[in-house]
Design a protein around this ligand. Structure first.
Ligand code: FE2
Ligand code: FE2
Length: 169
């Protein structure tokens, strides 16, 4: 008897969504680097790496539950941006969409009384609060900067210092 089919599908969808986030952030990182903002690009690459880790947490969990991992397709990210603010707003929109998906998954897990999934999903719920707050802070900083070169450079230098596992970078 294998794990619940609906849960297996929902967890697989989340794995794909986390890899899609990583792919999206790599596209954003490339745009930032091409536009002379290596610090922001570095931050976004770290973000992509973190999303890959999220995907792998879920991937391992599906295997641990004796489920089948089935990776889905990922659509090409849109890369038409005018400003770094546009780029980080896209990132914030992506995090909000991921939060909504985690909430749906949490609802399904609760409805099916699959309590063994709750500790992992609680971790994701907390992680999404941090992810949205961090991205929102950068969006706010960029809005305040208003495209002013000196301030953008300061933000770029600050984001250059993000290390692995460091949200605030
Ligand atoms: Fe994630
Ligand atoms: Fe994220």
């Amino acid at each position: 008897m294998s794990w619940n089919d609906d849960l297996e599908k929902a967890f697989n969808d989340q794995i794909t969504a986390e890899f899609a986030s990583a792919y999206e952030y790599l596209a954003l990182a490339a745009w930032l680097e091409e536009h002379g903002l290596p610090g922001m690009a570095h931050w976004m690459r770290q973000q992509a790496e973190e999303e890959r880790e999220h995907a792998m947490k879920l991937y391992q969990f599906v295997l641990d539950r004796d489920g089948t991992v089935a990776l889905g397709s990922i659509t090409a990210p849109d890369t038409r941006f005018e400003t770094p603010l546009d780029v980080f707003e896209r990132g914030l929109g992506n995090e909000r969409a991921i939060t909504a998906k985690i909430n749906d998954l949490y609802g399904l897990v609760t409805d099916t009384r699959d309590f063994a999934s709750l500790p992992l999903l609680d971790w994701f719920v907390n992680e999404q609060v941090e992810e949205e707050a961090t991205m929102q802070q950068i969006v706010d900083d960029l809005r305040l900067a208003g495209g002013e070169g000196h301030t953008l450079l300061m933000i770029d230098r600050e984001l250059a210092t993000r290390t692995e596992g460091d949200e605030d970078g």
